[in-house]
Structures are given as C-alpha cells and as structure tokens.
Design a protein around this ligand. Structure first.
Ligand SMILES: C[S@@+](CC[C@H](N)C(=O)[O-])C[C@H]1O[C@@H](n2cnc3c(N)ncnc32)[C@H](O)[C@@H]1O
Length: 452
C-alpha cells in the first residue's frame, strides 16, 4: 500500500471516528436531559439504530487505526498473549471481585491487601491480575494498589447470569480451545465434520458430545458422585449471555404483531429467552422444550422468576429431543436461540426437518444466532456493508462473532453462519429464508417459512 493510500485510509478512519463520536456525545447529552424523568438500567439498555451504528463505526475505525498506525510485530506478539486478558477476567469473575469492590469505598477503592484477604488470593498477585484488566479499561486503579469498579466492571455487580456466562467460557470451553490447533492440523480430524471429533473431545478425553459430557457426574474419591459445575451453571450462562448480547432481539422483531401466539422455544434451556420476552409481551404463550435434566433447572428458574406463568399454563415445559418429530403442531413461532450454531450442517437440516411437518400456514421458524459477514465487499451483498475504509463487517466490531464461530468449531464442529449458508440449510430442509432481521446487537433473527 502506498503512503498516499495509507494516509487516505487513516484520514477517512479518523473522520468516521470524529463524526461517530459526535453522535455518541449527542446521545449522552440527550440521556442526561432525560435522566430527570427516567432512569436507564444499563443491563437492559438498547441503543437507537443511529447510536448502534456510531458505536460499531468507532470500533471498526479503531481497528483500521491499529492496522495502520501500530508496529505490526508488536501487535502480533500482543495478540498472541491476549488470552491472559481472558484469564484475568475469569479470575475476577470466579472470585467475585466486582461484588467485593462494590461493598467497599467507591471513591478511595479497596487496597490489594484487603481485597486479597477477602478473596483468598495473595496481594501482589491479585493486584497484577486487576492491573491487567485496568489496562484494558475494566476496573480502575484509583491510587497505587487501590482498586474500584469502573463503568464496565460495575455491570458484573450482583449479576450472576453475566458472571456465569464468563465462567462457562473460561472452564471447559477454554480447556477445549487449547486443543484446537492440533485438531485442525491433524490430517484426519481436519477433514471431519462430526460433532464427536472435535478439539473438545481431545481436550477432555471423552467420546461423547458436549451436552452429554456435561450431564456425566464427576466421581469423588470415596465413590460418590457430584454434578459438573458446567451443568449447574450453563443454563444461567445462556440467560446471562442472552441478556448481555441479545437484548435487541426482543425489540427488533415485530413480536407485538403476534398477539396471543404460541412461541415454542426449541432447545430453550432454562427458558431465559422466553422469560424475558414474556415480560415484554404479556399475551404471548410459551412452550419450552429441552432435555429433562435442563427442564428441571428451568422449573426452578420459572418458579422463582414467574411462578404464575407455570401455574396458569401460560408457560409449559416439555421434554423433547429436537432430532425427533416436533410434538407441538401449528404454533405461530418455533424459536431457536444458540441452537443451530452448535451443530454441523447435516444435523441442522435434521433439526429443521423435524419441525417442518408440524408447521401450519402461519408458522415460522425464528433462528436467533449471529449472522456472519465477510470482511471483504461483494457485489451481491444482502447486508449493508460498513462505510469505507472499514472492513465490510466493521472489523473490530465483528470480532466477537468470529471468536464465537471458533468456539463452535472447537466444541461441536458447529459454526456461525452467513446469509447464503442460512439459505442453503433452509433449502435442504424444504424451507426458505423469508427475511434476516438485522438487530442492534451481536445476534440477529433469521426467519424461515415452509418452502412451498
Ligand atoms: C447453547 S444452549 C441454548 C439454550 C437456549 N436456547 C438459550 O438461548 O438460552 C443449547 C441447548 O440445547 C439443548 N439441547 C442439546 N441437545 C438437545 C437435543 N437433542 N434436544 C433438545 N435440546 C437439546 C441443551 O440442553 C441446551 O439447553
């Protein structure tokens, strides 16, 4: 790239940064004006489309600046070590550091000594873990060796679902990721599309799939058994990551037009998606389908959060294996969040084919998963690309989707899919993609209808 091209790209990125920053500042000012009348809960905040675009533009422009301005060798070395940031966050979540700091003096912070004593980690070690996170703008060091929450770490306070989401990424998933390089470089395994020949099986020394493995109890030395921590935490983690990454799903699909329709939440887990949706749209009815062990947890969650829904039958819990015929016929919605990305194509087609015969003329399948967009531009784009000089998918703003895609590859030989891949899956199952609903977050909704 010539110096002239490089300068043109950098200037264009800075112009985007400046313009998008003004939109963000305008939004802050509007929010400050409104704050006297309504309080904003950060957990449930949804940006306007303008703010959403400004945010991803800023993130994308930061990526262009990193590419053009930073020393490439140093950048690669930094990237090779970035998993330590994830480890540091994991430690902070495991030890509930955000909650402990919240119980102390918010202005002066808590000394590493005091914090270390409370959480059982030696003082200089927790200080270094937290300083790693402070450099990444999570937590703040208010004076030397004194730490407090910042606007980012504050969202972890009293937030068990979000904490669970972080822990699940850091336990079995992280361990599995250590075997991804050798699994991809193995001449046999690299050709496999099987959910039973992945880095996950190699790392955990098992023959079974992720969900079955989770349900296998751990044997204690005295011969007794205990459930895996992943099993106890997974449902909560899905709820937490759904709240963190997928809140716009409730607003960017016209649920309000569905009246008193039935939403069948296929593989619905503890029903986190349905629970939140039920609070916003009070006429919708729900059937949550999953494996029996998970539905036991769902019962506990619903009894705590919305007991009346179970009592009056507005929400039903139905054990169901989604590879077998869908038992609820003619529902308006068959919804699947974070299901299809867990499975290779062949299995996804089977899951869709098992629903299709139950569908009536007004039924639709709604798939809540990421929609992958390549970094390059093409002439047949179905999704509006980011402005020049950003990569078509906003680059840095698409990194989490790419990381999740690799997480799916690691655990299941699954994948996050792009528009053409969704169309192909639908076609193979006798369905068609009606519309991809672009939501203001990491997860979008792909709507499928019967193909005929
Ligand atoms: C990634 S989680 C998503 C849970 C839920 N949809 C959500 O978003 O919170 C995948 C879910 O699929 C369920 N699952 C896996 N295999 C299944 C099967 N054969 N039949 C029904 N559910 C299954 C798991 O128990 C788990 O709850």
């Amino acid at each position: 790239m010539s110096i002239k091209d490089r300068a043109t790209r950098l200037r264009a990125a800075i112009t985007l940064l400046t313009e998008a920053s003004e939109i963000v500042i305008q939004h802050w000012e509007d929010e400050e004006r409104d704050s006297s009348t309504k309080e904003v809960d950060r957990n449930f905040f949804i940006p306007s489309y303008e703010l959403f675009n400004a945010r991803r533009t800023i993130q994308g422009a930061m990526g262009v600046c990193a590419e053009l301005v930073l020393d490439p060798r140093a950048r690669l070395m930094e990237m090779a070590a970035v998993y330590y940031e994830a480890r540091a966050l994991h430690i902070a979540a495991e030890a509930r550091v955000a909650d402990v700091l919240d119980s102390g003096d918010h202005e002066k912070g808590m000394s590493a000594d005091d914090l270390g004593r409370r959480i059982g980690i030696k003082e200089h070690k927790i200080a270094r873990v937290l300083r790693t996170l402070c450099s990444a703008h999570v937590f703040q060091e208010v004076s030397y060796n004194h730490f407090a929450n910042n606007v980012v770490s504050q969202v972890l306070v009293a937030n068990d679902p979000l904490r669970a989401g972080i822990l699940v990424m850091g336990w079995a998933n992280y361990t599995a990721s250590t075997k991804l390089p050798e699994t991809l470089l193995d001449p046999v395994k690299t050709q496999s599309e099987s959910a039973l020949q992945t880095a996950f099986q190699a790392a955990h020394g098992t023959q079974v799939g992720y969900f079955e493995w989770m349900e296998e109890p751990i044997k204690r030395n005295d011969g007794s058994t205990q459930p895996k921590r992943e099993l106890a935490t997974f449902g909560l983690a899905m709820w937490g990551s759904g709240r963190a990454m997928g809140w716009p799903l409730y607003y960017d699909y016209p649920w309000q037009n569905l009246g008193s329709a039935t939403v069948v939440d296929v593989g619905g887990g503890v029903g986190g998606f349905s629970l939140e949706l039920s609070k916003i749209h009070s006429n919708l009815k729900f059937v949550i389908e999953d494996r029996p062990a998970v539905l036991k947890q769902a019962e506990t969650v619903w009894n705590q959060q919305a007991p009346a829904a179970l009592q009056i039958g507005r929400t039903k819990l139905l054990p169901h294996d989604f590879f077998t015929d869908q038992p609820v016929k003619n529902a308006e919605v068959y919804h699947m969040r974070y299901i299809m990305h867990d499975w290779p194509d062949e299995d996804c087609v089977k899951i869709l084919q098992a629903i299709r015969p139950a569908m009536g003329p007004n039924s639709r399948i709604l798939i809540s998963d990421a929609v992958m967009i390549p970094t390059c531009r093409s002439s047949t784009e179905t999704v509006t690309p980011a402005p020049y000089p950003l990569p078509a998918n906003y680059g840095f703003a698409h990194r989490f989707q790419n990381m999740r895609d690799l997480n799916m590859l690691t655990l299941f030989n699954g994948r996050e899919r792009g528009p053409d891949e969704w169309k192909e899956l639908a076609r193979k199952a006798g369905l068609r993609v009606e519309k991809i609903w672009e939501c203001r977050g990491y997860v979008w909704i792909t709507e499928m209808r019967k193909g005929d």
